[in-house]
Ligand binder design. Structure first.
Ligand SMILES: Nc1ncnc2c1ncn2[C@@H]1O[C@H](COP(=O)(O)OP(=O)(O)O)[C@@H](O)[C@H]1O
Ligand SMILES: [Mg+2]
Length: 457
């Protein structure tokens, strides 16, 4: 308590006041203004009061002497023990490198990151990054520099930014320098950056192709095709196709960004998938009739799922449109809605294509998301998809067989949109396919509570 400065100052002031007061009284006595007894009593009173104040000043300043916890709360914890505790909890690798380049201290995050055993040796034996080692050597000479970045590709891709700072344990100018090394893992930031850049490059490329073709036709129409009505009609119809393709692309991009935006908010509406499937099939009727596809819908009376109506419509549109688009004329397509499926039945149903079909899960719900699911299965007798292409189907702009930009070619965004919608709905998405025999795309969504369990007809 004595080391509290305000108490010390008050005690000093009390002593000074008491001394000066006593001296004044003595002077009065010397000049005969006061008698000996009065002077003595006054000085004794002064001394008594001051002593009393001197002894009680700490309790008057802090009225609850027993309230130790309150005092502990007021003064923040400090000291090396607390710092070490904090370092241990820190999820960022931090190391202290001694004058010889030996690791003197490494927090658990650093041990895990560098795979350090119980005995930590030289930094150079666990971190073979010349840039970082050079920065550490400089720090051991007392020099500080900018952060150093490094990347590794094996065993996993990782991108790290290393911060190195010179440190001295004491104020002694002759004490050796140590280096503090902090490793910041920026792999996910780098990956997200690259994905964004790739996406932009792909999107611009996709838009530039039809735009370039439009510009070419406009040139031709202004030039030698100006007076050729036949050529003009032909070119105008190609131009119309190209503009439709561009608007399809922009619609898909917008819908992808909309789904991504509310990815974290699960939908809460109830949608009858049996009704929805019928509506989408009616909407696609012209395309189906064009290719003379025999389309069958197998659905119960009701199949209530938890979902967003517009987004589920988009799922049905994409899957059924693909089945029609990637099938030969006159082949058949089956759309089947199955309510009340357990997760395992929904994710790994019996194959509709028989032996030899390949299956791939494109999206899966977290375990325990829902008890029962409504499954939507779209089966075609189309060209099928090679096993190697299955994992990449739901990637943005991915089209089997590379980039195609014919007027009726798709954008390659449809299945990416489906995957995002399924993900937002806490559902799952799988594909079964056999080249030459056909494909089955299945999506499943959490069933709405109170939905009849087995009402298939
Ligand atoms: N039912 C299917 N049968 C065969 N191939 C399909 C089927 N559905 C999708 N694909 C392949 O997957 C690719 C991606 O599909 P999608 O994302 O819907 O893009 P697109 O706009 O090209 O239809 C398509 O280009 C096609 O090659
Ligand atoms: Mg498509």
């Amino acid at each position: 308590m004595d080391n509290q400065p305000s108490i010390r100052i008050r005690r000093r002031d009390t002593a000074i006041v008491a001394t000066i007061g006593s001296l004044v009284l003595v002077v009065f006595w010397l000049f005969g203004e006061l008698g000996f007894v009065e002077t003595f009593v006054a000085i004794a009173t002064f001394a008594g009061l001051s002593t009393f104040y001197y002894l009680t000043v700490s309790t008057t300043l802090n009225p609850s002497p027993g309230a130790l916890p309150a005092r502990a709360e007021a003064s923040p914890p400090s000291g090396p023990a607390t710092a070490e505790l904090m370092l241990r909890q820190l999820p960022i690798p931090v190391l202290l490198v001694g004058p010889e380049g030996r690791i003197e201290m490494a927090n658990p995050a650093a041990r895990e990151f560098l795979g350090l055993g119980a005995l930590a040796g030289h930094l150079s034996s666990v971190l073979r990054q010349p840039g970082v080692l050079e920065a550490v050597s400089a720090a051991l000479r007392g020099e500080s520099g900018p952060p150093v970045e490094y990347s590794t590709m094996a065993p996993d891709e990782s991108h790290v930014r290393a911060f190195v700072a010179p440190m001295r344990g004491s104020d002694d100018p002759l004490a050796p320098w140590r280096a503090m090394l902090v490793l910041s893992d920026e792999t996910s930031i780098k990956r997200a950056d690259r994905m964004r850049a790739d996406f932009l490059a792909n999107a611009s490329h996709e838009l530039r192709t039809p735009l370039a073709s439009l510009a070419g036709f406009i040139e031709t129409l202004r030039g030698h095709a100006r007076n050729d009505p036949e050529a003009r009609d032909k070119f105008l119809s190609i131009m119309l196709d190209q503009t439709e393709r561009m608007s399809r692309l922009i619609n898909d991009l917008l819908s992808l960004s909309r789904v991504e935006m509310d990815q974290h908010v699960a939908p809460d509406g109830e949608v009858d998938l049996a009704v929805l499937a019928g509506e989408v099939i009616e909407y696609l009727r012209p395309q189906i009739a064009d290719k003379e596809i025999g389309l069958t819908l197998e659905a119960p009376q009701r199949a209530l799922a938890i979902g967003d109506r517009d987004q589920l419509t988009e799922v049905f549109l994409n899957l059924i449109e693909n089945a029609v688009k990637y099938s030969d004329p006159k082949s058949s397509v089956l759309v089947r809605i199955e309510p009340g499926r357990l997760r395992d039945e929904a994710e790994r149903p019996e194959s509709m294509l028989g032996e030899g079909a390949n299956r791939r899960t494109l999206a899966a719900p977290k375990s325990g998301t829902a008890e029962r699911y409504v499954t939507v299965r779209v089966k075609d007798q189309g060209r099928g998809i090679d096993r190697r292409d299955l994992p990449r189907l739901a990637e943005r702009f991915y089209r089997v067989g590379g980039q195609k930009s014919g007027p009726n070619e798709g954008t390659g965004l449809g299945l990416a949109i489906v995957k995002h919608i399924v993900h937002r709905h806490r559902g799952g998405f799988t594909v079964d396919s056999m080249p030459g025999a056909g494909s089955v795309f299945s999506a499943f969504f959490p069933e709405a509570a109170g939905a009849p369990e087995n009402s298939e007809n």
